[in-house]
Design a protein around this ligand. Structure first.
Ligand code: HEM
Length: 237
């Protein structure tokens, strides 16, 4: 698989097949999200929800495959190999853009999970179509505590699996702990967000637009990273 992805790419002279494929897929997914924004703007709630769902699932699958096969973001931050430009451009331009890109991707993934759950909570099906309900949307303490308990239970089960079955390292336990803590953090944040934007429909529109802007910025930063690595400053072999 690694050899296959390292073959010459089809978009630029210096690009590899892995880089070209992953960039092209990233562009397609971002466009799917932006098209689903357009559908929501036109009031087509059900089409919007379906397209968001398909793009989210394909994006998640792509991410797993991508990090499994290439671990690019991390590798590119570790050393200058792959970047053929001057050290000053690497330090002052490339690394900051790549760092912003990785932060946006993390934020975008968290927001996507949050928005999908919020979308279902804030809307109802009327005559087969999803419509946002123009009313206060608050989670009561019972379900809220239950969700936090479920997250705690899942963390404990995963932790037991890591220790007794997979004999994983402390670093792996810590990483998983951080993932579960982030999920619990986002769920808890909902209580603050509710106070700030009590109306469920308004919350979905405002946070949804913010999320879509993050996706557009991910497209900009990944394009800049691609251009710098494979067009402007390709590695000299
Ligand atoms: C990543 C997930 C999601 C994002 C980023 C998102 C974003 C948005 C945005 C930005 C709007 C307002 C469009 C505008 O006026 O500018 C909107 C509207 C809407 N969304 Fe979502 N959404 C997401 C998931 C969902 C889900 C899962 C559902 C349903 C289960 C849903 C149902 C709706 C509905 C019904 C509207 C109103 C459309 C209308 O104005 O009639 N959304 N969404």
């Amino acid at each position: 698989m690694k050899e296959f992805l390292a073959k010459p790419g089809f978009m630029t002279d210096a690009g590899t097949l892995g880089a070209d494929l992953s960039y092209l897929l990233a562009v397609i997914f971002t466009f799917l999200f932006l098209i689903s924004w357009g559908l929501a703007k036109k009031g087509l709630g059900t089409k919007h929800h379906k397209l968001i769902f398909v793009s989210m699932i394909s994006m998640a699958l792509y991410f797993c495959g991508y990090y499994y096969a290439r671990q690019l973001g991390v590798l590119a931050l570790e050393g200058k190999e792959g970047f053929g430009g001057p050290q000053s451009v690497y330090n002052n331009v490339f690394v900051p853009i790549l760092t912003i890109h990785l932060i946006l991707v993390t934020f975008g993934l968290i927001m996507a999970g949050y928005m999908i759950v919020q979308g279902f909570r804030a809307s109802r099906r009327e005559n087969g179509d999803y419509v946002l309900l123009d009313q206060v949307l608050k989670v009561s303490s019972g379900p809220f505590n239950r969700v936090l308990l479920i997250i705690l239970g899942l963390w404990a089960a995963n932790q037991a699996l890591l220790i007794f079955v997979r004999h994983a390292s402390t670093a792996a336990s810590l990483a998983w702990g951080l993932i579960f803590a982030s999920i619990a953090g986002v769920v808890s944040l909902e209580k603050l967000i509710e106070r700030w934007l009590p109306n469920g429909a308004r919350r979905h529109r405002i946070l949804g637009r913010g999320t879509m802007i993050v996706y557009a910025l991910i497209l900009v930063t990944s394009t800049l990273t691609y251009l710098m690595l494979y067009v402007i400053y390709p590695a000299k072999h």
